[in-house]
Design a protein around this ligand. Structure first.
Ligand SMILES: N[C@@H](CCC(=O)N[C@@H](CS)C(=O)NCC(=O)O)C(=O)O
Length: 215
């Protein structure tokens, strides 16, 4: 199996967590979409040119982080079952996965764009931050009842949320959300996330010293 990804892409991090949870072997293929050569080469393989992308042993290309994780969960046995077999529990996990991707991860992209643009207004930024804080309020309530997002076990929904928290704790004021904070501390001790974080730190360092400073 090959995974096309970038360590600083949130959706790639989501899949990396799942791969480490499932202890699945894969060849890492880092794609830097900021580099025109790397982008063009990847575009030839996958015209939508979106990361992450899994190439399976039988050469199937699987896009979309949640679908990749579902594939991994079906094909690799490990002590972590990322999609529960019980139908209502499964539905809840998939619901939180969707809410986190649509209402948190994608809003964080918009926030990053607004912060990077000279034309964005303080009003737009505050409005988006307010919407995000509402989502975190919802998660805080959910986490008051659960150890991980959807119960006692680590699932697809946790793979989706943890990479979002990495950015959110740096850029939003989440200190009022005790349960989200407790969850974030707990995530730091999860082996799969520790491995992903090492890779993020290395990539950030390389970016900072200009090794991959491509516009
Ligand atoms: N719904 C997709 C979203 C993937 C996505 O938006 N990936 C970003 C990187 S995190 C990307 O490749 N964007 C294309 C670009 O930057 O041109 C998933 O879950 O995998």
């Amino acid at each position: 199996m090959e995974l096309f990804y970038h360590p600083l892409s949130r959706y790639s991090q989501k899949v990396l967590i799942a791969l480490y949870e499932k202890q699945a072997n894969f060849y890492p293929r880092i794609v830097d979409l900021r580099d025109p050569f790397s982008r063009q080469k990847f575009h030839q393989l996958y015209p939508h040119a979106r990361l992450p992308l899994l190439k399976t042993q039988d050469e199937q290309l699987i896009p979309e982080s949640s679908i990749i994780i579902e594939y991994l969960d079906r094909h690799f046995n490990s002590s972590t079952q990322l999609l529960p077999t019980e139908p209502m529990h499964n539905l809840q996990v998939r619901l939180f996965d969707r809410l986190i991707d649509n209402d948190i991860s994608n809003s964080l992209f918009q926030l990053e764009k607004l912060h990077d643009s000279d034309k964005s207004s303080e009003f737009e930024i505050k409005k988006l931050e307010k919407q995000l804080l509402l989502q975190f309020q919802h998660l805080d309530t959910q986490l008051a009842q659960h150890h991980w997002i959807c119960g006692d076990s680590f699932t697809l929904a946790d793979c989706a949320l943890i990479p979002c928290l990495n950015y959110s704790f740096r850029h939003l004021n989440l200190l009022d959300f005790d349960q989200v904070w407790r969850y974030w501390q707990q995530a730091q001790l999860r082996g799969a996330w520790m491995l992903v974080q090492e890779e993020i730190l290395l990539a950030e360092m390389e970016d900072n010293i200009g090794k991959r400073g491509i516009p």
